[in-house]
Design a protein around this ligand. Structure first.
Ligand code: AMP
Length: 198
């Protein structure tokens, strides 16, 4: 199964992505985490993306696509993955589609976490205090939400037009309540609480 957890910054993709990994055994592949690890390492790629990430803008499509392509070739991804934070542009969705089609695969489910803007801002400011992420400042949060609306939200229409299953889930509630809604959404694509990947 190839699933995408989709939604604006602060919607809970990371937290619920970990829950999906626990429930269904799908490895979570998060481009934001991968890029932050490169920044931490001080690699050439990390040095290239650091100022972009700090500004709350998107890294170039070809760079992110290369990172994903390499990750999907690893053996643990063979039976499926949960993509988090990718694709974030229509160009990335098209590149992913080509990549998967070459192996006879496709995106099976796009799970959208819906959360109102004021709740997102509240959560991101709280995360700023707890984790101190460089891009969780009030100014950058505004930019990231704007980038989401302009460049990322259109990806959903693209998936709807290209026949992917798009399931919308209310992302407001306790972590457990939202997790259960997600489990129900997975059940609609053939999962029933068993580990899809085993
Ligand atoms: P995230 O942890 O998903 O919020 O990502 C943090 C930052 O990493 C984003 O604001 C972007 O600067 C960069 N990033 C992560 N994923 C992507 C992607 N698929 N395309 C472009 N930039 C990305």
């Amino acid at each position: 199964m190839i699933a995408v957890i989709f939604g604006p910054p602060g919607a809970g993709k990371g937290t619920q992505g970990d829950n999906i990994t626990r429930m269904f055994g799908l490895p979570r592949v998060a481009t934001g985490d991968m890029l932050r690890a490169e920044v931490e390492k001080g690699s050439a790629l990390g040095r290239e993306v650091e100022p972009i990430m700090t500004a709350g803008r998107l890294a170039p499509d070809d760079l992110v696509v290369r990172v994903i392509e390499e990750r999907l070739r690893q053996t643990d991804a063979a039976r499926g993955v949960l993509l988090d934070g990718f694709p974030r542009t229509v160009a990335q969705a098209e590149a992913l589609d080509r990549m998967l089609r070459a192996g006879g695969r496709a995106v099976d489910l796009v799970l959208v976490l819906e959360v109102p803007r004021e709740v997102l801002i509240e959560r991101l400011l709280r995360r700023a205090e707890a984790e101190g992420r460089a891009d969780d400042t009030p100014e950058t949060i505004g930019r990231r939400l704007e980038v989401y609306g302009q460049q990322t939200a259109p990806v959903l229409d693209w998936y709807a037009q290209h026949g992917a299953r798009v399931e919308r889930v209310d992302g407001v509630g306790t972590i457990e309540v939202v997790r259960d809604r997600i489990r129900d959404a997975f059940a609609t694509v053939g999962g029933d609480g068993r580990k899809l990947a085993s």
